[in-house]
Write a protein that binds this ligand. Sequence first.
Ligand SMILES: Cc1cc2nc3c(=O)[nH]c(=O)nc-3n(C[C@H](O)[C@H](O)[C@H](O)COP(=O)(O)OP(=O)(O)OC[C@H]3O[C@@H](n4cnc5c(N)ncnc54)[C@H](O)[C@@H]3O)c2cc1C
Length: 445
Amino acid sequence: MTDTVPSAVSYVVVGAGIHGLSTAWHLAMELKARGKGSGKDVVVLDKTGPGAGASGIACGCVRNLYMTEPLHAILRHSVDVWSYDPVALGFQQVGYVSAGEANQLADYEKLHASQNRVGYHSDLYSGADARKFLTKIWPDFKTDGIDVVLHEKVSGYAGTRQAVAGLAQKCADHGVRVISGVEVTGYDMTGSRVSRVRTTKGDIKCDMVVLGLGAWTPKHWAMLGHGDTIEARYPDGGQVKKDMWTYWRLLEGEVYVDQPYRSAADLDPPVLHVELMNTPVIDQTTGKELADHLYVYWKNGAERMDRPGVQGGTIPIKIGPKAVTDPYGHDNDEYQAEAQFADYLTSAMGQLMGRFETSRKDFRERRNGGIGAFTPDNVPIFDFVRDNVYMIADSNHGFKMTGVGKLLAKLLAGENRVPELEPFALSRFASGKTFGASNSHCPWV
Ligand SMILES: Cc1cc2nc3c(=O)[nH]c(=O)nc-3n(C[C@H](O)[C@H](O)[C@H](O)COP(=O)(O)OP(=O)(O)OC[C@H]3O[C@@H](n4cnc5c(N)ncnc54)[C@H](O)[C@@H]3O)c2cc1C
């Protein structure tokens, strides 16, 4: 990795997270393939370094459990990227299993059909078949209350360190310069175009800017002259003035296990996600009710652990339109998960599987906090926000979405249209296509 900032370059990518790196790598390949340039025309800048934002601390789940159907195609492309070089990118294609109560059956049927329409293969089970499917993988699964299961076969998870290192290496392999320790401090505008990116190491004249800024997106949105509220119009004619950005903090942690976490077939089990809207969570130590519904996910702790264990989490907590982004993640005292989260996570896990019934003592006490900036409808915005500035704002659930960079690279290299990206345009709010609510307690819809 180099640290000399060029005075001029065609493409400046701001942020070396999943999106910035994936875009730069794919852009290098697209430019070359179309005879329009190469990785030498692309520079990625990061004020700290690759993986310094959410991409370096994510749980790493790669799944497609979304009611927002246009996301299914984005994830199809993303799994193609993850599978392009699964070793370099740390991708474990173990599948993803989500389970719910009867009130989610109709939703699951819809999303199962949509996933399969775009070639994202999944199986749906209901009633006794659903419960049998779970106990076949996890014999100690306590399936009371579970009526529906979706098995996404091509999903899985990736270790974040490995994924970021792998993407940075792909950039380097294709001649892209990834420059650490350079902060973008402003944008010089000529009309509605950015002519120069201002940085702490000098200005860069450029033709195109890509923002992959995670939790720092709102700051640059304001730097580019945009406001902090937006009118969101819905398909039913409703209209609501909303904060443009809302920060949430994630609740995640790790639990040690005595033996490696394996399935009945002695394999790395699928990532598991369970939402039981009518089932309270009871504290495994005190017997008190902790919540009136259960929402939990977990997977093999793998890269994150120092010995066998699992990594998981629950619904994030809303902060509001303002948050402190620096220091970020585990270093920020304000946004770490509190002890009650450990009670909740381990109790919910113990309610679902015999092996976790007394797991509170096995919770790994360490920092795990991380925040993200969500969009007005909690669905990503992928669009130009100035004539030559493209913003990838994934609403803090896009570690999995490596395919966005692949699709965007086509657009930036000259393709007229990339239909998969179009539903995520900023204009959806003004044109009555704001995405709607879902039948879930979670903001990721
Ligand atoms: C705890 C946690 C768990 C998560 N788990 C999952 C999960 O399991 N699956 C999933 O799909 N998603 C998950 N997410 C969401 C996912 O991690 C993010 O949506 C995604 O990583 C965002 O990637 P990004 O490239 O947009 O931004 P980031 O990874 O945040 O990168 C932004 C980069 O911009 C740099 N930067 C900031 N300001 C400047 C500046 N002025 N100049 C230059 N550089 C700058 C930062 O240093 C940073 O490296 C999780 C998020 C958190 C916080």
